[in-house]
Design a binder for this molecule. Sequence first.
Ligand code: OAD
Length: 271
Amino acid sequence: TDLEHLASSIDDAETAVAFTGAGISAPSGVPTFRGDDGVWDAFDEGQFTYGRFQRDPAGFWADRVDLYRTMFDEEYEPNAAHGVLAEFARDDVLESVLTQNTDGLHAKAATRASSGGETGEAERETDADEFATHESILELHGNARRVRCTDCGTRVGSDPIVERAEDGELPPRCECGGIYKPDVVLFGEQLPKTVLQRARSLARESDVFLAIGSSLVVEPAASLPRIAASNGATVGIVNLESTPVDSVADVCLRDDVTTVLPRLQELVDSS
Ligand code: OAD
């Protein structure tokens, strides 16, 4: 089967890389951007550009509060698919997990995988697992659970800052007087060069490139699987619907991530 083919390619691979999008967090309850009930149906993408942030930070933040409340009002937990990727990375089955998601759930899953699945209440309350950095995880679009001061660069958790904005502090400011910006890549903003270079070289070096839960329509999502394919990688796509990149993939699994990844793990583990 396709899944067996993918599993044996992973077993044979020196470098296997996973690349994820909003679809992997959908089973955790995080809304996706496109498709039914997508965030960009309810919100106008044009309000969240880097240009708007620079021009009108107060207006940007007023709208950002609503978006943040829609996307992150709940305390989300990683699901089985995050768990499988975290264990693959821990066990060096995967070289890296590249993600477009800003929800921090891969980091949460990685912290749990490395601590044997146990997360104490205290740790959970401080969000330590969400903001932990893991060498194997590359958050291409940043982390929405943090904000960063545009002057001094200090990073702090988003929740209290969003609350202050909600209470009328527009735009919210750091102690140094600088304006806080969500610690994410906004539309019209460049991805950090080093991050993009790392992602491209991982795609180039990979023997297996798995794109999971992404519509693969924005950059660099659209080109990373193509880079991998043109350098000879086995490309697998796991997504509920078809993508514009399916034609370069060796295997397309059109199913739920929480169904496919545990099955894949069983096959990889047993071979
Ligand atoms: P999208 O919302 O564009 O695509 C999510 C994909 O996941 C869709 O193609 C769904 O069919 C699929 N999907 C949903 N639930 C699934 C499930 N349970 N199992 C498998 N597939 C499922 O999200 P991204 O591709 O991540 O950028 O979007 C890329 C970027 O566009 C985001 O990072 C964000 C957005 O604008 C920025 O904010 C800069």
